[in-house]
Ligand binder design. Structure first.
Ligand SMILES: CC(C)(COP(=O)(O)OP(=O)(O)OC[C@H]1O[C@@H](n2cnc3c(N)ncnc32)[C@H](O)[C@@H]1OP(=O)(O)O)[C@@H](O)C(=O)NCCC(=O)NCCS
Length: 246
């Protein structure tokens, strides 16, 4: 239940939120903690979320959502009371940030305005991203579905990410694709996390080739003209640059 211990925990989390603003916002470097506490919308949204989340966990009805609603009206940041947020999250500028019900955010994550941690449709259950520690998410990035963003990853501004992101990588674009992994350009087929092998299309291609050979031999034996060979095309056309860097 709610008590002194809970208050002490929320106060500790708030202290870390203010420290995160000091550490990661160049504009906050020369500003006092009181000023950050009074004027940084990301800090307000987190404070409100910490309280709403605690009330939600205690099974108190209505109040958590009402608090989230008021906080969204004031800061432009919408965090579902059930979302699990780790310590040291810093939301810079804030406006237009949406963090869904089953999203999980690790420690020391940084996100800018317009970031969405959302679902992809009407699925129920775990349907929002899990963001591991020390991830940075650029302004306007959309992270959709129950994907995992590996620790230390950077998501570029306006990226649309619908697949898991490897740790310590940089992902940009729509669809989001890795342009750096451990500081190096991904190279070779094994480093391509987006264009995964398609065994069904490969099997169909093999079948098509063998049927083509049989038809050719049959047509030659009968002395007939042969129809054009069937073509197997990928089931899902993939757009965007090749993340393997080739
Ligand atoms: C993705 C990001 C973190 C990469 O930073 P970085 O580690 O320094 O990487 P680089 O700048 O070397 O970029 C790596 C590659 O991705 C490309 N790239 C970088 N950001 C991109 C983006 N948002 N969209 C598309 N491509 C991008 C670069 O052109 C470069 O391509 P190349 O390898 O073909 O030259 C950074 O560009 C970014 O988008 N940060 C978000 C910042 C933000 O939202 N600020 C808001 C402040 S209000």
């Amino acid at each position: 239940m709610l008590g002194l211990g809970t208050l002490r925990r929320v106060a500790g989390e708030l202290r870390r939120d203010v420290r995160a603003a000091h550490e990661r916002d160049p504009a906050a470097k020369t500003v006092s903690s009181i000023e950050v506490l009074a004027n940084w919308p990301g800090v307000h949204a987190l404070l409100s979320h910490r309280v709403a989340h605690t009330l939600e966990a205690a099974g108190i009805p209505l109040a958590p959502r009402a608090l989230a609603y008021v906080s969204r009206s004031l800061t432009g940041i919408e965090i579902h009371p059930a979302a699990r947020i780790g310590d040291g999250l810093f939301i810079d500028h804030g406006m237009g940030v949406v963090i869904g019900e089953t999203a999980e955010v690790g420690e020391n994550v940084t996100m800018y305005q317009g970031v969405t941690l959302g679902g992809t449709g009407f699925a129920t259950g775990k349907r929002h991203p899990t963001v591991e520690d020390n991830v940075t998410i650029g302004s306007g990035a959309k992270l959709l579905g129950p994907i995992t963003i590996g620790h230390g990853a950077k998501i570029g501004a306006n990226a649309v990410v619908i697949h898991d992101v490897p740790p310590n990588s940089t992902v940009v674009g729509n669809p989001g694709h890795p342009v750096r992994v451990d500081g190096r350009r991904p190279e070779g087929p094994d480093a391509d996390w987006v264009h995964l092998p398609d065994p069904i299309a490969d099997a169909l291609k093999q079948l098509s080739r063998r049927i083509g050979e049989l038809e050719r031999e049959l047509a030659a034996a009968r002395g007939e003209e042969r129809d054009a060979e069937a073509e197997v095309v990928p089931l899902r056309p993939v757009r965007g640059p090749n993340p393997a860097g080739g």
